[in-house]
Design a protein around this ligand. Sequence first.
Ligand SMILES: O=c1[nH]cnc2c1ncn2[C@H]1C[C@H](O)[C@@H](CO)O1
Ligand SMILES: [Zn+2]
Length: 349
Amino acid sequence: MVVNDTVKHQLAALPKADLHVHLDGSVKPETVLDLAARKGIQLPANTAEGLLPYMQVTDECESLVEYLSKFQFVLRFMQDAESIERIAFELIEQAAAENVIYMEVRFGPHLHTSEGLTHDDAIAAALRGLKRGEERFGVATGLIVICMRHEPETVNREVIAAALRFQGQGVVAVDLAGDEAGYPAALFHELFRPARESGMPVTIHAGEAAGAANIEEAVTGLGAWRLGHGVRLKEDGRVLALVRERGIPLEMCPLSNMQTKAVPGWASYPLRDYLRQGLKVTVNTDNRTVSDTTMTKEYAMLMAQCGLTVEEIAATIRNSLDAAFAEPSKREALKARLQSVCEELGIAL
Ligand SMILES: O=c1[nH]cnc2c1ncn2[C@H]1C[C@H](O)[C@@H](CO)O1
Ligand SMILES: [Zn+2]
């Protein structure tokens, strides 16, 4: 598909949803400059442009583990409530700038406790930022709380307990992220039990740096309602059928998937095949700064590299709104907005 001016206009005008975006992967370099000045922290560069090499991966990135090494740089600026709140607010501002109407932001509270914040403090700060962003920019939001695979089980149990204390107050789900190949899903069955028992939705990063067996475990063992990435589902037809039959949405993040080498290249990127096979595919950014991306950029890449049509892009947005961890009435209202803009733009939904 050629992304001409008409298509660009349609992509800009479409109301979008981003269900999979990490807070610490989406910090603006300008904000790092400002926070470093306030905190008296020495930086390796003194312009936003100059900081990018420390915050972004290049095409030469070889693996998820290498990709994950980029997060250390920003985390030291995210150890106080004010900075977390500000960065969350600014992420909603970034979303609004490209007409994202619904965003679920995720972060790992334990990564923000090295200077004394508790898990609850970190979660409350992120929620304040999202709420303020929601009020200012009219973007509906939710917060997803992440357990990191490499953390001790005791820590992760506390993270889940903290997330549950904020159930119904902005925390909409829990997640498992980090080094998937090093720490398979099977290790975390018990960890997610309290979430399953409390009806807290679970989404699991699976099938990104490990194969379909990890996806099956995420679904049947951990009780995943949605899957982060799920790129490698195609490696096992039986697991693919399971995910399709259960209607489990895939939170795919194309540019990130290229960078972490979840697949060798665009030619083997399965997103369009999944869509056509009836899987509930959604498109997301993962990490706006680390991956140098936006929803608009992801869509343009999918059209140019995988031949998606604007209708198929709109279908992924509808899938996202169907899959949102939000009240049914909110989902329906957002879907009505999408429907009416599609009608105006002449896009069949
Ligand atoms: O794509 C990803 N896969 C697994 N883990 C990830 C990905 N993107 C970010 N993370 C990790 C690194 C962050 O520090 C952490 C919390 O957002 O989540
Ligand atoms: Zn992710």
